[in-house]
Design a protein around this ligand. Sequence first.
Ligand SMILES: C[S@@+](CC[C@H](N)C(=O)[O-])C[C@H]1O[C@@H](n2cnc3c(N)ncnc32)[C@H](O)[C@@H]1O
Length: 170
Amino acid sequence: MPVFLFCAGIFLVVAGLYILVPVFFGPPTVPTRQERIRRALELARLQPDEVLYDLGAGDGRVLVIAAKEFGARAVGVEIGPVQCAISWGKALWNGISSKVRIEAKNFYRANLGNADVVFAYLTSSEAGRLQEKLKRELKEGARVVTVAFNFPDWEPDHFDREHLIFLYRK
Ligand SMILES: C[S@@+](CC[C@H](N)C(=O)[O-])C[C@H]1O[C@@H](n2cnc3c(N)ncnc32)[C@H](O)[C@@H]1O
């Protein structure tokens, strides 16, 4: 019985961290469908060895697709400690740990100066502040793909109506 209680306690703590930590900082963890990720990275024309940032990496699925299928170097910035551990586990499991880096922090504190492509599946409540950061930090020619939200004062280069993906170019 004590072993059962111990395991249940661990489970509750991990589940609590997974759900609650993101809520204090922004949108919760809701994974993007894999075909939507592929479509977004194709729209951004992500090339081998380019650097992709996923702002709010969740369970790391964008990083895995970017590194494994597109040959990119993928950086996930994620506030949730459980999500970071899952992402790192997935990178190891998929044999792409040399191409993946996880930054366990608030993405507003990340330096995006070397990003070629930024992926963001967030909500419109982040749009204004994030738009300013991206315009300030990204290098010329960098691309941004947003899923399910757009920026208030930035005209997209392309809009995929079927998948609700916006493509921006700095
Ligand atoms: C909608 S999920 C997207 C997950 C993943 N990018 C995907 O497309 O499957 C948003 C993620 O952003 C993370 N997040 C929210 N606000 C954040 C912040 N300010 N800094 C870092 N991560 C954040 C949440 O923990 C959550 O995992």
